[in-house]
Design a binder for this molecule. Structure first.
Ligand code: PLP
Length: 468
């Protein structure tokens, strides 16, 4: 094994327990990691390889290493929590970064050149892929969707006022609300005939004199819904009627399953509805560039843009710009294949769970690389509520309380060595749910499912100490 890019691979394999990977939790599995693979992604006969597991242990990743840090050595074999992908980056990204790194100076970048260049590339990307025409003057680059959303919240929602969310929804929105000192007004989605739907009546009822913004998530994290033009138009009209500004977070838009469609909010046929919105996007989910801190937002309404800009400042960085530019100018074929691969993985997961894990329920996501699992069966069998209550009653005063969902999260770490995100953090409707990130090799997904199936055979809390 070699020491590569400053990462001591022997140490991380040892620390992560990968040298003896095979199924400590659940019988025997063949090792799945290509431990020393450092070659950039290359298409062979035009096809990219998403199947060979790309080991992220020992790279200071949130998805893998943070869980080892929290739960201990050897605790996690498959990280399926935070929303990033495990694939090697598209080759255009790696070669652009390698090229720039050859110049060993990191002084200030000429943003007078790069802002218009990057903006034009993003405008072209949106036009080419989604038929949306965006005026480059109406697009602002940002360090991430979060900073831009926070700026918009500060611009339109006074402290203490309410922000509409359709829940369960991306847990990070709650931290944006904390940052802007606003409060969530949660309108739960309905689950009808195996599909999540907006509850328009409930949504409208929740609007009051101090509701000024709504954070739309399209495609939706965590349910994977791709909202239809009708859904978007109807919710947009309600917002327009009540002077609630739509903040459309469309960061997951490039992951859409076969037969499904992403409809940009800005493409709706009602100009007044579109003018009442800002859209927030990035290539970070699409290409696995979260650490490169580059995103953008736009609006057809100059006043909304100007007000948001008052609270927004972006300090973009050289490698972030280089990576994102390479992604949107030359990454499309990689993304197309990655998207097909993940779409197939969604089918695999749904079929596997239906066949082999009767304690779990799952619906087929329409987009994203996220799977929203109903774990009520497991929660009941391990008595997650009682476990959490007992813990919270006796815990040291300086320790945070735990939710029943955190007990289920711990159950899967302890018995299956799989880390999933616990549902309670996604707001109302997140109870008894877990979010599973399948943006990885199917071999790893299969390992996780096998481990989980084994753990779910006869789950019980009696012999379990879920306090790590
Ligand atoms: C819906 C949604 N919005 C925003 C973000 C984070 O965006 P950024 O990293 O650009 O701040 C995420 C990350 O998971 C997300 O799922």
């Amino acid at each position: 094994m070699s020491q590569t890019n400053g990462l001591n691979r022997r140490a991380f394999l040892r620390n992560a327990g990968l040298t003896a990977l095979a199924g400590a939790a659940a019988g025997s599995h063949a090792p799945v990691f290509a431990a020393t693979d450092t070659a950039p992604a290359q298409a062979s006969n035009g096809s990219f390889d998403f199947d060979t597991v790309y080991n992220r242990f020992g790279t200071d990743s949130t998805k893998f290493d943070q869980q080892i840090r929290v739960y201990g050595k050897d605790s996690v074999q498959v990280g399926m929590g935070i929303a990033d992908i495990d694939f090697k980056a598209a080759p255009s990204i790696t070669s652009a970064i390698n090229e720039r790194v050859k110049h060993e100076n990191w002084g200030y970048l000429d943003m007078g050149k790069w802002t218009p260049r990057m903006t034009e590339a993003v405008v072209a990307w949106n036009k080419r892929r989604y038929g949306v025409t965006i005026d480059p003057n109406s697009m602002i680059l940002s360090n991430g969707v979060h900073p831009a959303l926070i700026a918009a919240l500060k611009a339109f929602s006074p402290k203490g006022s309410k922000v509409l969310l359709q829940t369960p929804t991306y847990n990070g929105f709650y931290s944006d609300l904390r940052e802007s000192e606003t409060k969530a007004e949660e309108s739960p989605l309905k689950f009808v005939n195996g599909k999540f739907q907006m509850d328009f009546d409930d949504f409208e009822r929740r609007i009051s004199y101090d509701t000024h913004t709504f954070i739309l998530c399209n495609p939706q994290n965590p349910t994977g819904n791709c909202w239809s033009a009708d859904d978007l138009l109807r919710i947009g009209e309600i917002c327009l009627k009540h002077r609630v500004i739509v903040l459309a977070d469309e960061i997951h838009c490039d992951w859409v399953s076969k037969g499904q469609k992403y409809t940009p909010f800005a493409s709706l046929p009602n100009k007044a509805v579109v003018d009442n919105s800002l859209t927030f996007k990035a290539a970070s989910k699409s290409f696995g560039l979260a650490a490169h801190k580059t995103a953008w937002y736009y609006s057809t309404n100059p006043e909304l843009l100007a007000r948001t800009r008052q609270y927004h400042r972006a300090d973009l960085n050289t490698l972030g710009i280089v990576a994102n530019y390479a992604a949107v100018t030359d990454g499309e074929e990689w993304l197309r294949q990655a998207n097909d691969y993940v779409s197939g993985t969604h089918d695999m997961v749904v079929n596997y769970i239906a066949d082999k894990i009767p304690l779990l329920k799952v619906h087929r996501a329409e987009g994203t690389y996220l799977t929203w699992l109903d774990v009520t069966g497991v929660a009941d069998r391990i008595g997650s509520k009682k476990l959490a209550d007992d813990y919270n009653r006796t815990k040291p005063a300086n320790m945070p309380s735990l939710t029943p969902e955190q007990m289920v999260e711990r159950f899967f770490v302890k018995t299956a060595k799989v880390h999933l995100n616990q549902g309670a953090s996604y707001g109302k409707g997140g109870e008894n749910h877990m979010r599973m990130n399948i943006g990885t090799s199917r071999k790893l997904v299969e390992l996780a499912l096998n481990n989980m199936a084994q753990a779910c055979k006869n789950p019980t809390s009696t012999s379990l100490n879920l306090l790590f």
